[in-house]
Ligand binder design. Structure first.
Ligand SMILES: Nc1ncnc2c1ncn2[C@@H]1O[C@H](COP(=O)(O)OP(=O)(O)O)[C@@H](O)[C@H]1O
Ligand SMILES: O=C(O)C1=C[C@@H](OP(=O)(O)O)[C@@H](O)[C@H](O)C1
Ligand SMILES: [Mg+2]
Length: 174
């Protein structure tokens, strides 16, 4: 049985983008916890947070992690999935966990170009470059301790996929 592959990392590191490409390279299914939440609630992240607050979003996010976990599936998590200790243990216990790591300036640059405001309401109320610096300082140790493998997310998507495949000792399907 092929274990699920979880992609973790801060907003903008490419979990959703790389997850889709990696699933195609492996012939795996693809799930994204934010997409699952959006489909199951018919609401965006911003709408959930505005009406219920972040704590409720985090509880729903944890539930979505369990719902999308399946064999032979690449799972793009939301950037805050690692905040809950139970989620960190769950991912490590159920699959292979990959941290897509990039400096905050790179993340902020990507997010400024493509903000996707409905997916990414502000976490701190601060300008994006400062916010991403704060977030990485707060979370880097959680990404590190959750991950089986760390990958340089500043490469092209194809290179990132190849590095993940090498880390997992999996060949491309095509
Ligand atoms: N390796 C990469 N190189 C350049 N841009 C990227 C890369 N990965 C993702 N992006 C871009 O960064 C933005 C955020 O990507 P996304 O996959 O939504 O990240 P996440 O799901 O981690 O928040 C998108 O505009 C995407 O096209
Ligand atoms: O970092 C975070 O706390 C969040 C990241 C977002 O997902 P992406 O990392 O896919 O942008 C989304 O889950 C939500 O806005 C919270
Ligand atoms: Mg995403």
């Amino acid at each position: 049985m092929s274990l699920p592959i979880y992609l973790i990392g801060a907003r903008g590191c490419g979990k959703t983008t790389i997850g889709q490409a990696l699933s195609q390279a492996l012939g795996y299914a693809f799930s994204d916890t934010d997409h699952y939440l959006q489909l199951s609630t018919q609401r965006s992240v911003a709408e959930i947070v505005a009406s219920e607050g972040w704590d409720s979003f985090r509880a729903r996010e944890s539930d979505s992690l369990h719902k999308v976990t399946a064999p032979a599936t690449v799972i793009a998590t939301g950037g805050g999935m690692v905040l809950a200790e139970a989620n960190r243990h769950f991912m490590r216990d159920h699959g292979q966990v990959i941290w897509l790591n990039a400096p905050s300036v790179v993340l902020a640059d990507r997010l400024e170009r493509q903000p996707e405001a409905a997916q990414r309401p502000t976490l701190t109320g601060r300008p994006i470059a400062e916010e991403m610096g704060d977030i990485l300082r707060e979370r880097a140790h959680l990404y590190r301790q959750s991950a089986h493998h760390e990958v340089n997310a500043m490469q092209t998507p194809e290179q990132v996929v190849d590095q993940i495949l090498q880390s997992l000792s999996l060949a491309r399907a095509s």
